[in-house]
Design a protein around this ligand. Structure first.
Ligand code: GDP
Length: 336
């Protein structure tokens, strides 16, 4: 099946599947809508960690060992900064810094974030479209036992140590969904919407909090399918499992699937996990979801696309059965 695919992504986990999708689809067939709730200002620069993770993955520039930032990075700026006694809690590699400076400079010239992102992607040779969820500022904040913390304070400075109680996406209610994101979700040839295995609370839900995006996904009529970030009761990386536990939720794929109930019709769990508890309206699929190598990314992307196509076929069959029943000749619905 061909057609356009939209992926929703946070940073490193989502970026790996977005890369697999880009490698599996023809150039121009993928749009990645990226969380900007983690964006912040640091040392006068505008930093967009998730946009950068997605761009570096798609440009094949990401550091596979460190898990963030660019491969072959050097740290002269950071050493010089530290020698000055300046704030050094957020690591800025030299090549990474060039991206932050260029982004900040273009934004200061009045460019919207989406235009800056398109410009950076073109310079990095990326053929997929990478679109921030909004050009307006949305800032994720985390309610902890110590009160509300800005996301990067919680994530980097405090290393996710404080227990979380709640989240807010400041500015989301007034933010306008990025127009290209909305237009892409309205494409008649939309094949699937993939919710990447990103952190549900601080990567995917900020995107869904931007007015219009969830509705556009539902109105698209395309299958929406999510991939588990939880394997074997643990997050592959980051605080997703810790957050689930601290919020009193099960640390299971089903607990993540429930966050997407009413939106996603499919959910891919890891083949090593037992069958998860049913979620109404959600069909489960199983796959090896751990992406260590480039081949893993491609294999998972292809399995996710196959599952999305199967959802579409099953839905069409349900509709045909419904029509047949209305005509007085009830058919059987084949279980998936
Ligand atoms: P962040 O904004 O950089 O934290 O990035 P994401 O939210 O996109 O990614 C973090 C999530 O990705 C974590 O919850 C991880 O469990 C998940 N993740 C990372 N690598 C993998 C992987 O190889 N497979 C799966 N299924 N999930 C992964």
């Amino acid at each position: 099946m061909s057609g356009h695919v939209v992926a929703l992504s946070g940073g490193v986990g989502g970026a790996k599947l977005a890369h697999g999708l880009a490698l599996s689809l023809a150039p121009g067939e993928l749009t990645v809508i990226v969380n900007t709730g983690d964006d912040f200002r640091h040392l006068g620069l505008h930093i967009s960690p998730d946009l950068d993770s997605v761009m570096y993955a798609l440009a094949d520039l990401a550091d596979p060992l460190r898990g963030w930032g660019r491969r072959g990075e050097t740290w002269n700026f950071m050493s010089a900064l530290t020698a000055l006694g300046a704030e050094n809690w957020f690591q800025l590699g030299d090549a990474d810094l060039a991206v932050h400076v260029e982004r900040s400079w273009r934004l200061a010239q009045g460019w919207p974030l989406s235009r800056v992102t398109a410009h950076l992607c073109a310079r990095l040779g990326i053929t997929a479209r990478v679109v921030p969820m909004s050009d307006d500022p949305v800032r994720t904040r985390v309610l902890t036992g110590e009160g509300w913390l800005d996301f990067q304070d919680y994530f980097v400075r405090r290393r996710c140590e404080p227990a979380v109680r709640d989240f807010e996406f400041a500015g989301a209610a007034a933010a306008r969904a990025q127009p290209e994101a909305l237009a892409t979700l309205a494409r008649p040839d939309l094949r699937a919407v993939v919710i990447c295995p990103s952190n549900p609370f601080v990567s995917v839900e900020p995107i869904l909090a931007v007015p219009g995006l969830r509705a556009a996904m539902l109105a698209s009529g395309a299958p929406v399918i999510a991939v588990t970030p939880i394997i074997g009761g643990r997050a592959v990386k980051g605080p997703a499992a810790k957050m689930l536990a601290e919020l009193g939720l099960d640390v299971t794929p089903a607990a993540v699937a429930r966050r997407y109930a009413g939106l996603a019709g499919g959910f891919v769990t890891d083949a090593s996990d037992p069958a998860p508890a049913a979620v109404p309206g959600m069909q489960y699929f199983r796959a090896d979801t751990l992406m260590v190598t480039r081949e893993d990314r491609v294999r998972l992307a292809q399995e996710v696309l196959r599952a999305a196509d199967a959802l579409r076929v099953a839905r069409a069959a349900d509709v045909a059965d419904g029509d047949a029943a209305e005509d007085g000749c009830a058919g059987e619905t084949s279980p998936m």
